[in-house]
Design a binder for this molecule. Structure first.
Ligand SMILES: NC(=O)c1ccc[n+]([C@@H]2O[C@H](COP(=O)([O-])OP(=O)(O)OC[C@H]3O[C@@H](n4cnc5c(N)ncnc54)[C@H](O)[C@@H]3O)[C@@H](O)[C@H]2O)c1
Length: 250
């Protein structure tokens, strides 16, 4: 059965990648593209895609929403999806604690999959990092991340997620990632068109261990967004991660 998908942030880098990726996907069809009014007005019609700045305007046209926008519009879309009872996959990063609690509350009504990184490679690395950190107690941990110059949040959502699983493995709290006291150190670089590289370095006096993921293009995230959106559209209300999808699908 084909899953009809709406994209919030349609004209963005990820929105366009997901639309392109959907052409190679038999069971996914992008039926609605939502973005700011200015962008909707400046673009020509796209075959089979309703273009709108109001996601609720044609809610019969889609089964699930994929959101890659900004925290504030993402929260507005989550509230809209609660009203129209549509499941969501959220790839947007940079939510603060208050926004995260809105997402948690919304997930009591609709199924939501929230993943700061939709690539299988990074999510497999997360599993490895948690088990490595259980053994590598006493090692210093540094996470280096490089992204394109237009990325707003820093450290990246993926770097924070990596730090969270490492702290879980160590049995400690991550705390404020911007504080000097944070048990994990971060280095964030913004370079030209870099898609996204993450490197975790565990260091002791005697050795260092490096776990590195380098995204060569956005199609890995787009593929993950489409696959998780199909999956989440069949779940009951709740807050899911990419790992929940991965564990269920394998
Ligand atoms: N989870 C992942 O795997 C992953 C991968 C890449 C990027 N991201 C995150 O996804 C988000 C988007 O990234 P991007 O590179 O596509 O950004 P982008 O700036 O290229 O695209 C964002 C889009 O959202 C649109 N937008 C802004 N306000 C809106 C509103 N009110 N309603 C609807 N649309 C609105 C913008 O016009 C733009 O087209 C960022 O938070 C980024 O960190 C996550």
């Amino acid at each position: 059965m084909t899953c009809n998908i709406a994209i919030n942030g349609f004209f963005g880098r990820m929105g366009q990648s997901i639309h392109a990726e959907s052409m190679t996907h038999d069971s996914a069809n992008i039926t609605l593209g939502c973005d700011i009014e200015e962008k909707i007005q400046n673009h020509q019609n796209i075959d089979g895609v309703i273009l709108t700045s109001d996601i609720t305007s044609s809610d019969k046209s889609f089964d699930v929403v994929i959101d890659f926008s900004l925290p504030k519009p993402s929260i507005n879309t989550i509230n809209a999806c609660v009203t129209i009872k549509k499941p969501m996959t959220i790839g947007t990063t940079g939510f603060d604690d208050k926004q995260l609690s809105v997402i948690k509350e919304a997930s009591k009504t609709i199924p939501i999959l929230l993943a700061p990184n939709m690539s299988q490679g990074v999510n497999v690395s997360l599993k490895s990092l948690e088990s490595m950190s259980k053994v590598l107690k006493g090692y210093d941990v540094l996470i280096k991340e490089v992204h394109h110059v237009n990325k707003i949040d820093s450290p990246s959502g993926t770097a924070i997620k990596m730090a969270q699983v490492i702290c879980k493995g160590l049995g400690i709290e991550l705390g404020d990632v911007h504080s000097e006291e944070c048990p994990v150190k971060f280095e964030s670089l913004r370079e030209n068109t870099e898609i996204g590289t993450h490197e975790v370095i565990f260091t002791s006096d005697s050795d260092s261990i490096h776990v590195k993921h380098l995204a060569k293009n956005r199609s890995i995230f787009a593929k993950g967004a489409i696959e998780t959106s199909i999956w989440v559209s069949n779940q009951k209300p709740g807050l899911y991660s990419y790992l929940d999808y991965m564990d269920d699908a394998s």
